[in-house]
Design a binder for this molecule. Structure first.
Ligand SMILES: Cc1cc2nc3c(=O)[nH]c(=O)nc-3n(C[C@H](O)[C@H](O)[C@H](O)COP(=O)(O)O)c2cc1C
Length: 168
């Protein structure tokens, strides 16, 4: 027996997550989508995972291309997060139109709005419930600094500076 879906979702609203745009490119085409369900898996080797709705274009494109980049967004990039969640798809043929890209021709795009970017080679997938868990080994990182964008209680938030006593 699992808990009712709405109870699960209600409790998950209390969890603060960073917001990222997963990008991919290659034979299966260029695509990008906003995600909050991603985390590190291991430092040996450096790897991370993201949970993508199995019937989404991003899941199909990442599976087909075999590589992806997790662009953790800087705190002012909430409009970009909305765009890559498909909110402007009716007006925009391509989500990448006029989006500043650091590197990416033919490779998963590293976005200028990323406070950190993790470029990965897809090494494993796991189908679980409605989602596909994609696991990538990190082949390149870019850390630009700045504060990350967070998602909490159904809205965007900015992370405040560390407590004075916290260890760094
Ligand atoms: C803040 C935020 C977080 C999201 N997190 C996820 C996520 O972790 N996994 C996912 O599959 N979709 C997530 N979405 C929804 C996708 O961004 C959206 O469905 C997107 O259009 C991907 O579908 P597509 O590739 O078919 O366009 C999130 C949306 C928002 C606004």
């Amino acid at each position: 027996m699992t808990v009712p879906r709405h109870e699960f979702l209600q409790a998950m609203r209390r969890v603060a997550n960073s917001v990222a745009i997963v990008t991919t490119d290659g034979a299966a085409g260029r695509h990008g989508a906003t995600v909050s369900s991603f985390c590190s898996v291991s430092a040996d080797p450096p790897s991370l995972l993201a949970c993508l709705r199995a019937d989404s274009r991003i899941a199909r494109a990442v599976s087909g291309n075999g590589e992806f980049c997790v662009n953790v967004l800087e705190h002012s990039a909430h409009e970009l997060a909305e765009r890559f969640a498909g909110r402007a798809d009716r007006q925009l043929a391509d989500r990448f139109t006029q989006v500043a890209i650091v590197t990416g021709a033919g490779r998963p795009a590293v976005l200028a709005a990323a406070t950190a970017a993790f470029c990965c080679r897809l090494v494993d997938t796991l189908a679980s419930g409605s989602h596909l868990v994609v696991i990538g080994e990190v082949v390149e990182v870019r850390a630009a600094g700045g504060r990350p964008l967070a998602y909490l209680d159904g809205g965007y938030a900015s992370v405040s500076l560390p407590f004075p006593s916290s260890q760094r």
